[in-house]
Design a protein around this ligand. Structure first.
Ligand code: 2PG
Ligand code: MG
Length: 404
């Protein structure tokens, strides 16, 4: 069906940290949709630019970019997701969306996909799969239950301690991950000191050794009957100071950090490590992947920033075997699909991810299913902006059963 865009309007809303972010509404005859853009804190330096006002906080300029620059170009146009994305890329004209802002552009890109799916009466995940030419499937839940690094009061060595249930259905995996998280809560209550909540809804507290969070996760998984592995996001760019990695007051070279990871892999069921090294240390990624890549997912995030060109380069260099996909790192779904296609052709796994500053938009759930992603990172289900992603996955499973 041919759909003509009749309205395109942005406004500032608040994200889960109370910081302004962009929401875009798009309409055609009979349908209105909206898309809200998330915002990261531990961002990679090669991510597309998130447009902020001079105060570094507001998004008034990004809202103006949508309302005054993008809207006049797309109102009256046929809603064709890839064509609109191409128009947005050309209109911006830079490699990193620095003219319009990736937050302005992404709101329009996602809203366009939603509008077409709504007007054509197709499920969003199905529309994404058709457009990206991917085979849909249900992702594994990467549930971040202990928060450290830039996302928490207590700077635990790593940013995210994640449990990943092996269950085939979302409902069973969700129940298991929640049970594990409850067990973690009980374990933590036995410890001295305050327990707070991190930005992604997981527990945070002071722990003194590298092993401690893994001991807690291992016990908590066992108490829930097993059936899950452990993943981390080391977010090592944040750990890197003055040429070395700082963990719990000790300094590590890339080599000694690799050895520390290997010990953790041997001792615990740690099977997926995101950003084990800082974003420019490609050599360390290559060596680590060569060493452990058979048994462990070495996941790029700051390393790859959902950028098709960078994903291609890192695949060529065999620097990883999995990639985090965050649409706001690049700005359009068209480029997301390119990055995914390059990664899949290289045999990599795809993990679709939220940002630490989130909104009530569940879009990444449909994206993960549509792309047939291996996993989805959506935080802990203690906060509404994370819960909505899980609820959407459950709803998809409920409507369609297991999608293979
Ligand atoms: C990450 C993300 C999401 P942020 O590093 O993977 O968990 O954090 O959004 O702060 O970059
Ligand atoms: Mg990360």
């Amino acid at each position: 069906m041919s759909i003509t865009i009749t309205r395109c309007e942005a406004r500032a809303i608040r994200d889960s940290r109370g910081k302004p972010t962009v929401e875009v509404s798009l309409a055609c005859a009979g349908h209105t949709v909206s898309a809200a853009v998330p915002s990261g804190k531990s961002t990679g330096s090669k991510e597309a630019l998130e447009k902020r006002d001079k105060d570094g906080i507001g998004v008034a300029d990004a809202v103006v970019a949508v309302n005054d620059v993008i809207a006049p170009k797309i109102i009256g146009k046929k809603a064709d997701s890839l064509a609109i994305d191409r128009l947005l890329i050309d209109l911006d004209g830079t490699d990193n969306k620095s003219v319009l802002g990736a937050n302005a552009v992404l709101g329009v890109s996602i809203a366009t996909a939603k509008l077409i799916a709504a007007a054509d009466g197709i499920f969003l995940w199905k529309y994404i799969a058709d457009t990206a030419k991917t085979t849909p499937s249900l992702p594994k839940l990467y549930m971040n239950v202990i928060n450290g690094g830039a996302h928490a009061d207590f700077r635990l060595p790593f940013q995210e301690y994640i449990v990943v249930p092996n269950d085939e259905t979302i409902s069973k995996a969700y129940a298991r991950a929640r049970a594990i998280m409850d067990n973690v809560g009980k374990e933590l209550k036995k410890k001295d000191g305050a327990v707070t909540m991190g930005d992604e809804g997981g527990y945070s507290l002071r722990l003194d050794t590298l092993d401690e969070p893994f001991d807690i996760l291992t016990d908590s998984i066992a108490q829930a009957g097993g059936g899950a592995f452990i993943a981390i996001d080391a977010a090592a760019t944040e750990l890197h100071r003055g040429g070395a990695y700082e963990l719990l007051g000790s300094r590590y070279s890339a080599m000694s950090l690799s050895l520390a990871y290997k010990e953790l892999i041997e001792k615990f069921n740690l099977r997926s490590i995101e950003d084990p090294f800082e974003e420019t240390d490609t050599k360390a990624f290559e060596a680590f992947y060569a060493d452990v890549g058979d048994a462990v997912l070495v996941v790029g995030d700051d390393l790859t920033v959902t950028n098709p060109g960078i994903v291609a380069e890192m695949a060529e260099r065999r620097a990883a075997n999995a990639v985090i996909i965050k649409p706001n790192q690049i700005g359009t779904l068209l480029e997301v699909y390119d990055a995914v296609s390059i990664a899949k052709n290289a045999g990599w796994q795809i993990i679709v991810s939220h940002r630490s500053g989130e909104t009530m938009d569940p879009f990444i759930a449909d994206l993960a299913v549509g792309l047939g992603a291996f996993g989805i990172k959506a935080g802990a289900p203690t906060q509404p902006e994370r819960v909505v992603k899980y609820e959407r996955l459950l709803a998809i499973e409920n409507e369609h059963g297991i999608i293979h």
